[in-house]
Design a protein. Structure first.
Length: 138
C-alpha cells in the first residue's frame, strides 16, 4: 500500500492529486465570485448615482464609494486566484518530492475570510448610509 504523506517518496495515489485539484478549483471559484461581486457592487454605485440624479440630487454624495469597494473586490479576486495558483503549484511540487505539509491551516483561507467579513460589514454600513441619504419616493 502506498503512503500519502511523509518522506517515503512521491505521492502516487491519484485521489490525493484529485483532491488537490478540487481544492484549487474551489479557490478559483472563490476568486471569480469575488470579482463578480466586485463588478456588481461597482455597477450598483453607478445605478445609485443615476438614481440620485433623476431625483434631483447631487451625484457626488458618497455614491462613488461603491465603485472603489467594487474595484477592491475585483482586485482581491485576482489576488486570490494568483495565490491559489501559487499554492497549488507548491503543493503539487511537494507531492512529487515526497509529501506535502498536512495539518497547517490555510493562511490564504483565513485572510480571505477575514477580508470578506470586513467587506461585508463595510458594505452593510455603506448601504445603510446610502439608503438614509436618498430622498423618499413621492
Amino acid at each position: 500500500m502506498e503512503t500519502t504523506s511523509g518522506s517515503e517518496g512521491p505521492v502516487s495515489d491519484p485521489r490525493v492529486y484529485l483532491a488537490a485539484e478540487r481544492t484549487f478549483l474551489a479557490w478559483i471559484r472563490t476568486g471569480l465570485a469575488l470579482m463578480g461581486f466586485g463588478f456588481l457592487l461597482a455597477r450598483f454605485g453607478v445605478f445609485l448615482r443615476q438614481l440620485q440624479l433623476l431625483r434631483g440630487g447631487s451625484a457626488h454624495e458618497q455614491l462613488g464609494d461603491s465603485v472603489w469597494f467594487g474595484v477592491a473586490l475585483v482586485g482581491l479576486g485576482v489576488v486570490v486566484n494568483l495565490l491559489a495558483a501559487l499554492r497549488h503549484v507548491r503543493l503539487l511540487r511537494g507531492f512529487r518530492e515526497g509529501g506535502a505539509p498536512v495539518g497547517r491551516p490555510s493562511k490564504l483561507a483565513l485572510c480571505v475570510a477575514i477580508v470578506l467579513a470586513c467587506v461585508g460589514l463595510a458594505t452593510a454600513i455603506y448601504l445603510v448610509i446610502v439608503s438614509r441619504s436618498l430622498p423618499a419616493p413621492r
